[in-house]
Design a protein around this ligand. Structure first.
Ligand code: GDP
Length: 336
């Protein structure tokens, strides 16, 4: 049996590390271009930072990928590198578009030119969909992003379609809905909630301050999602797939699940920006601050996942309460 090779862009991020971990368990060799001196903390946490299956290569500019693809001709290319924060994308739309769209286009063109037999995965995003669709969105539903992040992802998504439909590349979009794990950076609300809840339960101190706690997301567990991503490239034909749970949970649900994971009772009072949660002693443990509210927040988008469910041989979905508990316990264990 020949060894498969996978090029992963963004290997040091949450999804890149988890995907590398999963592919190594399937005996893949990983090609991992990174900037000089990458932060390998996620890979370390998973125990794969010095695995010989990972061939770390240093690139200094994006055009270096031409030589990398031409030389290695990977079986599969997983393009995960991106500027990934929706809220922060409002501050620098030009940079976000360059990284998320133009770099994707370059990779597609290098692949077609030098390794057209490679299978190409692009990490598209649920932010591409119209945000007021009441039913769970399918892959065919209307695309209408309302922030620079979503706009950049949709342009890249359409380029992937073009390279598949017109140029004949095996190129797929995985439309990723929010997905969290112990490896999430602090800027995401899941990490913020789980780390502050662990700190409050263990040491007390300042309340957790949040924005819109009524915002609902189709939230999944990233270790599940890398299995689905892998499946997308194992099909006889290339397609686009939603990668989602088809379930909605609110930010408030996540706060409840995190406190409950540590057996710490809280109760809610008030509404809107006056909402707050108190503990059994009556101390405020969660409060609201308008500065964390988003312009044009994508509040109730849910993804129909029947297409990915049908093709993924290894489909299992970790329940919401279970992964929030796992993240909160992880944060608890990190504290002194
Ligand atoms: P995003 O959906 O990719 O932007 O992921 P986030 O984890 O940053 O945000 C998820 C949801 O949580 C959004 O609808 C936010 O408006 C909402 N949210 C509520 N309070 C906060 C907060 O304090 N920080 C962040 N990051 N999001 C918050």
């Amino acid at each position: 049996m020949t060894t498969k090779t996978a090029l992963i862009t963004g290997i040091t991020g949450q999804d890149g590390s988890l995907l590398a971990h999963y592919l190594i368990s399937k005996s893949y060799k990983i090609i991992a271009p990174t900037r000089d001196n990458p932060d390998k903390s996620n890979l370390e946490l998973l125990g794969i930072d010095d695995k010989e299956n990972i061939n770390f290569l240093v690139y200094s500019q994006w055009s270096d990928f031409e030589a990398i693809i031409s030389q290695h001709k990977p079986t599969e290319i997983y393009h995960l590198a991106a500027m990934s924060h929706v809220g922060q994308s409002h501050e620098n739309p030009q940079k976000v578009f360059d990284v998320n769209c133009n770099w994707t286009l370059e990779l597609l063109s290098y692949t077609l030119q030098h390794s057209p037999q490679s299978r190409f995965f692009f990490a598209s995003s649920c932010e591409i969909y119209r945000n007021d669709i009441a039913h769970p969105v399918t892959e065919e539903d209307e695309k209408k992003p309302n922030n620079p992040y979503g706009i950049s992802k949709l342009s890249a998504h359409q380029m992937v379609n073009y390279y598949r439909q017109v140029k004949g590349l095996y190129a797929c979009n995985g439309v990723l809905f929010n997905h969290e794990s112990e490896l999430r950076p602090n800027s995401f609300v899941s990490k913020k909630i789980c780390s502050h809840v662990a700190r409050i339960v263990k040491h007390g101190g300042e309340p957790l301050t949040l924005g819109n706690i009524e915002a609902k997301k189709d939230w999944g567990y990233a270790p599940d999602y890398v299995k689905y991503i892998y499946s997308i490239l194992q099909q006889p034909h290339a397609h686009n797939y939603n990668v989602s749970t088809s379930e909605l949970h609110s930010v408030k649900d996540m706060v409840d699940a995190a406190f409950s994971a540590l057996n710490y009772p809280i109760s809610w009072q008030g509404k809107g920006i006056n909402a707050q949660a108190i503990n059994a002693k009556g101390d405020i443990v969660v409060s609201i601050n308008e500065k964390y509210f988003r312009p044009l927040d994508n509040r109730f988008l849910c993804g129909d996942n029947s297409k990915i469910k049908a093709i993924c041989q290894d489909f299992s979905q970790t329940p919401f309460n279970q992964w929030v508990k796992s993240m909160t316990t992880h944060e608890w264990n990190l504290l002194d």
